[in-house]
Design a protein around this ligand. Structure first.
Ligand code: KIV
Length: 317
């Protein structure tokens, strides 16, 4: 089965000026055809999405890594579906001109095709996503075909699949033997044939990803798969120097974690010394006079003053 929307050779109809015009699937395909690389980062909230869009990022991934990064779970399989749909909508509201890819979490697409399609649809409607990403091998090709038939653009995440970590005793790399490299090429081919709009290859040798790129007619995003891929994605917190474990392919370019610590220490000091900056809420002189009069009347127990009887700390309590 082929998909008329996933041909890299299709003529482009719009221009994509990174910062000024929206990044759409069409403009991204044009970049890829022109040999320009595109950059993707994970993002889980509207404020960060706004900053990333202003930086000119092409694509944002609301990854199931949110379960680890935001919720503190030990692995991605714990990430709840409803939570991820809500985060996806927040990211798209923060970056409406950026292509947003939503990750389908563990057990939202594996058990039942009809449920998988409905859940994917929710990411597009409630989550405002532009594409959904599924961790798959070629046995999922029929599901990918059904989703694309329903109008759902699918990114097929192949190679290392973190939702399969328990099968491997932990996170793992893929395609390191000749046999598993060929297996990966077969997965890529079958999923593109089924209608996948893009591929994402995670944790695989560069020469294997390079061959996937050579054979693919759709854009290939790499995550620890070498520089031949059309686009690259890493977890934002890795890039920002906020992670406790740092993948070698996602070295930090800044140390935001340290800046957060410095800011928090500064705030602790300011709270201790009462140095809170300007205070914006002021009483005018007549209200101040009335307030002081009311306090004096209350202290003297004068009839007609504001009653504080029975309240803790009141002179009459
Ligand atoms: O969920 C995620 O962040 C991902 C990337 C690591 C590719 O799938």
């Amino acid at each position: 089965m082929t998909n008329e929307h996933n041909q890299l050779s299709e003529p482009a109809t719009t221009d994509h000026d990174k910062a000024a015009t929206p990044c759409t699937l069409r403009s991204l395909l044009k970049m890829v055809r022109g040999g320009e690389k595109f950059a993707c980062l994970t993002c889980y909230d509207a404020t960060t999405a706004r900053w990333l869009q202003q930086a000119g990022i092409h694509m944002l991934l609301v990854g199931d890594t949110a379960g680890e990064v935001i919720l503190g779970f030990p692995s991605t399989i714990h990430t709840p579906l409803e939570f991820l749909i809500t985060l996806t909508a927040g990211v798209k509201r923060g970056a409406p001109a950026t292509l947003v890819m939503a990750d389908m979490p563990f057990m939202s697409y594996q058990a039942d095709d009809a449920q998988a399609i409905r859940n994917a649809g929710r990411f597009l409607t409630e989550g405002l996503a532009d594409l959904v990403k599924l961790e798959v091998d070629r046995s999922f090709a029929p599901l990918v075909a059904k989703m694309s038939r329903a109008g759902i653009p699918v990114v097929a995440h192949i190679g290392s699949r973190p939702q399969h970590a328990k099968m491997h005793g932990g996170y793992y790399a893929a395609g390191k033997s000749a046999a598993s490299a060929i297996d990966l090429l077969d997965d890529a081919r079958a999923l593109v044939e089924a209608g996948a709009t893009m591929l994402l290859v995670e944790a695989a040798p560069a020469e294997v990803a390079e061959q996937i790129v050579r054979e693919s007619r759709v854009p290939v995003i790499g995550c620890g798969a070498g520089s031949a891929c059309h686009g690259q994605v890493v977890v934002l917190q890795d890039l920002l120097g906020m992670s406790s474990w740092q993948p070698a392919f996602a070295l930090p370019t800044v140390q935001i974690g340290r800046h957060i610590q410095e800011a928090a220490r500064g705030w602790i000091d300011r709270v201790a010394s009462g140095n809170l900056g300007e205070h914006p809420y002021v009483m005018n002189n007549s209200e101040r006079g009335a307030f002081q009069g009311a306090l004096a009347a209350r202290a003297a127990g004068t009839p007609g003053s504001t009653s504080t009887a029975g309240t803790p700390g009141s002179p009459r309590s």
